[in-house]
Design a protein. Structure first.
Length: 128
């Protein structure tokens, strides 16, 4: 897989997380798009059709879960990694219905998140 051809949308209303994650992904060769709330992320995702979405659960306008569900309804499913507060879990039915392939608890290691991104992209490439 050539990571230079992959686009990742990062949606988080916490600017420091958005910046750290974006920098780590760009340094790894990905094209990175960003959004600071769920509605902006939905608009960017529908326009750009990224290969992967990394979204916070708690965001203004649309939660990360609502964002993923709307994307499932309005276009092809975009695989997603959900960032959550430590100890917070979604029901398996929610993740299955919304294209969320991994849950990552905050605080997280940017290096570990990058490894998770690479795993998810490898899995979705095999499934395609």
């Amino acid at each position: 897989m050539n990571e230079n051809e992959k686009t990742i949308l990062v949606a988080d209303d916490e600017s420091h997380i958005l910046n750290v994650v974006s920098l780590k992904l760009r340094n790894a060769g990905f094209r990175v798009l960003t959004a600071t709330d769920g509605q902006e992320a939905l608009e960017v995702a529908l326009l750009e059709r990224p290969d992967l979405l990394i979204t916070d659960y708690h965001m203004p306008l649309l939660s990360g879960l609502e964002l993923c569900q709307r994307l499932r309804q309005e276009c092809a499913a975009i695989p997603a990694i959900m960032l959550t507060a430590r100890g917070y879990n979604l029901e398996p039915e929610d993740t299955a219905r919304s294209g969320i392939l991994r849950m990552v608890s905050k605080p997280f290691s940017p290096r570990q998140l990058l490894a998770t991104v690479q795993e998810v992209l490898a899995e979705t490439a095999v499934a395609a």
